[in-house]
Design a protein around this ligand. Structure first.
Ligand SMILES: [Zn+2]
Length: 69
C-alpha cells in the first residue's frame, strides 16, 4: 500500500494502546477536537482488555497512520 499523502510505500502493522506508568491498560480513543482532559468526550476505538489493537499501515516518511478499528 502506498501512502496517499506522499506516495511512499507504507509498512503493515498494528496500533495499540500502551500502559500508564502505574501499569494500567489504556485504550485507543478518538476525539473530534484536541482533548484538554482525557476521557471526556472520547469515542473508544478499542477495548481495555483484552488489549485492543487496530490493524493498519504506517508511512515512515511522513508519519501518516491508516488503521481500521
Ligand atoms: Zn507518507
Amino acid at each position: 500500500m502506498n501512502c496517499p499523502k506522499c506516495g511512499e510505500k507504507m509498512e503493515h502493522g498494528y496500533v495499540t494502546a500502551g500502559c500508564t506508568s502505574a501499569g494500567a491498560m489504556t485504550r485507543l480513543e478518538w476525539y473530534d477536537r484536541r482533548p484538554e482532559v482525557p476521557l471526556i468526550g472520547s469515542i473508544p476505538l478499542t477495548k481495555y482488555l483484552p488489549l485492543g489493537n487496530a490493524e493498519g499501515h504506517r508511512c515512515k516518511s511522513c508519519r501518516l497512520v491508516i488503521a481500521s478499528c
